[in-house]
Design a protein around this ligand. Sequence first.
Ligand SMILES: [Zn+2]
Length: 147
Amino acid sequence: MSWEVTTVVDNGSMSATASQIPFVEYLVLDDGAPHLVAHECTQCGARFFDRRNACASCFGDEFKTVSIDTEGEVCAFTIVAFAPPGVEVPFVAAVVDCGGTTVRGNIVNCPPDAEHVTLGMRVRLTTTSVGVDEHGVEAVNYAFELA
Ligand SMILES: [Zn+2]
């Protein structure tokens, strides 16, 4: 029995071709600073992150794409202590009011406790790496950090 040994040389070229893809459809990475977009009902102004056939508020069926403020205020949060294997705990899951639009996201770059995370705290959008595939493409998600 013999083993064939293959030497893989990493010449650093990966970084030149590496690209990023957003982890969620409504995170925009390739148009200025990272930001979120929503579908806004043209009749009543209700905003939805997922694609809708009709507005849940007024049943209107026309939407336009709008950019969401990248800064906001924490209006609810919970500290998650239990999660599936592979998910680092504890972490802070929050609801953030971004200029009137409610956005769910985790609070990062901050100790996950009630001393450091408070209601009404000002936060801003940031991005986190979810992982990199074998082609060097990085999946990027959004989160919030102290503004
Ligand atoms: Zn509507």
